[in-house]
Write a protein that binds this ligand. Sequence first.
Ligand SMILES: [Zn+2]
Length: 174
Amino acid sequence: MASHFQGRLREAYNAMSERVLDLMQGEHGVRQSLDSALLRAREWVMTVNELTHEEADDLAATLRREVDELSATLVAAEEEFEDWVETDLLFAEHRAVECMLLAADPTTRDLMRLKEMWTEQMAQLIREGDTVAAGAYECVDCGEVLHVKVDDDVLPACQACSGTVYRRIRSAVM
Ligand SMILES: [Zn+2]
């Protein structure tokens, strides 16, 4: 995975991955799709790391391909478990970029670890009807954020899309 990048290109690749993840996580509160994040990260990394257009294109194309491959792996891993949520692509892609940052040079063994991480991630999902602590919960399907004001409240279905699966999000404004 990206092993053909060495030295400054390797550094730039890692920087680009981190930038993409930041953008997808919603810098300034706006979550971006993988493609728009990649586009911006490409411009950014070209300036900061002084890359040529060709180098930046190569990095971006490689990152896109690896995220695709890893997303597919993660979704396939998910399907091994019954009663798992249908994962939207943005969610899987987001996790894929996160995972890639943690595994610089994944082998099969690393991929197994990623699957385990993914399993853990999925296990942390919360469902309609679950009793939860006060905090912010994001609908996995549409991204709508639900603010739970008191502890031991029961999560309703999403008001926007009737989705039933949430994940807890950090540092939300109450
Ligand atoms: Zn929703």
